[in-house]
Each structure stands twice: as C-alpha cells, then as structure tokens.
Design a protein around this ligand. Structure first.
Ligand SMILES: [Zn+2]
Length: 319
C-alpha cells in the first residue's frame, strides 16, 4: 500500500507526534534514488542516506539495531547497484538508539569504514555503554535499543541486554568538536581526493546533533546536499533555534541547495520519496535551490522559536 498518510497532519505537535505504525513502513524495494548518486533506504519514519563517491560510499545514520540495519538497508543496497563492502565513511547524526544501531555491523562488513560523530554525543554513547556493561541503568536510556522495550521474563531481559550491547557503537573514529566557547561548530572532512564533507554541529535535539553538507550530482550537475538528522526537543527549542541560525549561515556559505532528513516524516519527505520512486521524472522537491534551503532552515528556526515561546507562556505542553 502506497497511500500516503495524511500529510496535512501536524506531526511535530504533541498529539500528532509521528510514532505511529506507519513510521515503520519500509520504502519500496531497492530504496529511492533521489539524486544521481544519492539514495534513501529505510522506512517512512527513519532511514539512511547513501551517497556514492568516486572513493566509496558515504552513509548518514544507521537505524536502531544490527538486524534492522541489515534488513532495511544492507539487503536493499545491491538492488540499487551498491555494495555494502564499499562503505568508507559513516556519519552518525546524533546518539539516539534509532541512529546508531548499525555501526558495529558496518565494522564487520567494511572494516576500513570510518565512523564520524560529534564529541558531545560520543561521550554520551560511551557512558551509556559503560553503564550497561556495569549492569547499571544507563543515565541516557535513549542511547540504548528502544528505551520503551520492557522485558517480561529473565530470558527476555537477557536477550534485550545482548541486543543492546550489539547495538551500541563500540568506538568512533572521528569526533567533531564545537568551536571553543560555543555549542556549534563545523569540521571539514576529506573523504577522498575529490570529496569533502562539512560536519556541522547544530545541537538541540541532542547536545551534539550534527548535520552534514556533501557534494552530490543531480541531472549531471554538481549540487550540495544538506543531510539533517533528528527532530524536535521542545525543552531545548531556543538552543535549537540558535543552532538553526548557525546551520543556515553555514549552509548558505557552502552553497547547500538540496535537503533531506533521515527522519523523513519531517516536511512529509517520505511522501515525496515515494512519489519520486513511482515517477522518477517528476519534479524533485529535495533539489530546492539555495534560496529554498535558506527559506526551509529559516522556517525551521522560526518554528523552534515559536515552540520556545509557547512553552514559556504555557500554551504548549511539553511531551
Ligand atoms: Zn533522536
């Protein structure tokens, strides 16, 4: 069934927050090639962006468990002509359990791959892993496999513990730091002779949330794709607004003219991905041009400010 859910619904407001069953609905087989050398794999609510460069594959985010990563991403890549063994860099947009689950598996299938994350979020993952190994309850439960999972028997608890350990990244290779005295910052990472990726810290959803700008091709022309990871966190809405101002200025400097979020319920991107899959010749709403990306980020920042103000005046209840 490819009928879109109601795209007029407000998925980021408290009652409409997108944790419905549709969020797990997988994309059509082989993922969606939304640019000449960029694909989206995964589900309507969560997925992975893959960019093919002359020097190998770049991945953005890794789903929630090794099993899910295998099923929704790795198993789908060959149909798109992509070999998981060619993965060279993995960018983890933030530490939450639904973005880090495939990291350990990538180490096995593509041992040369380097994993990039922000320093603030890497620290949280390390603390969570240490707490889990020590048998303590993690101070950051959402860094674990679904914090909502509640084992009913000792066997289930043992199984969950094992899955959680397999799903928490054991190590990272490149840490992106904020600028001294700030929470934001940008690091240019050369992933090959011809490719440089900007890793941009834009905290709000987590302390070290990270977006990237990567060169891509669209209809044979060089474009700059902004990949965002994550959604809201009303309690940090004002920080998020500041981060969006920062991201907007860096994206403009770098000439970002195309955008996607690995949580594609944002702006109903999952709906547009499905449309593109069904009709690849249709207009591409992701390639919105530099003005479009600037406007998109401006609106996003204003929304964060509105949330912060509504929390202050009591007209929005935090969830
Ligand atoms: Zn998250």
């Amino acid at each position: 069934m490819d009928d879109p859910v109601d795209i007029t619904r407000d998925y980021v407001s408290p009652k409409g927050f997108f944790h419905s069953t549709e969020a797990r609905r997988l994309m059509p087989a082989g993922g969606v090639r939304f640019l000449d050398n960029a694909w989206y794999f995964g589900a309507d609510g969560l997925g992975v962006v893959v960019v093919k460069t002359p020097e190998g594959l770049l991945l953005f985010d890794t789903m929630s468990t090794p099993e899910e990563f295998q099923k929704a991403i790795l198993s789908e890549m060959p149909a798109a002509g992509l070999d998981p063994k060619d993965i060279r860099y993995v960018f983890v947009g933030h530490y939450h359990w639904d973005h880090t689950g495939g990291v350990n598996l990538i180490r096995k299938i593509a041992p040369r791959a380097k994993v990039v994350i922000s320093e603030p979020d890497a620290r949280i993952v390390d603390q969570s892993r240490a707490a889990l190994l020590a048998g303590n309850k993690s101070p950051y439960p959402s860094a674990l496999v679904s914090p909502r999972a509640q084992p009913k028997t000792p066997e289930e608890a043992k199984e969950l513990h094992a899955t959680r350990l397999l799903s928490i990244p054991q190590k990272f290779d490149i840490l992106v730091h904020p600028e001294p005295g700030l929470k934001t910052g940008t690091m240019m990472i050369r992933t090959g002779a011809k490719t440089e990726v900007a890793a941009i810290l834009d905290p709000g959803h987590t302390p070290g949330q990270m977006s990237v700008v990567v060169p891509v091709l669209h209809q044979g022309t060089m474009r700059k794709l902004l990949v965002m990871s994550g959604n809201d966190n009303p309690e940090e809405a004002m920080q998020y607004a500041i981060s969006m101002d920062y991201l907007r200025s860096v994206a403009a400097q770098l000439g970002a003219d195309t955008v996607i979020n690995t949580h594609p319920y944002q702006s109903a991107m999952f709906y547009h991905l499905r449309q593109l899959k069904a009709n690849p010749a249709s207009p591409n709403p992701f390639a919105m041009g530099p003005d479009g990306v600037d406007r998109f980020l401006g609106i996003f920042g204003q929304c964060q400010r509105a949330v912060a103000n509504r929390l202050k005046d009591g007209t929005w209840l935090a969830f």
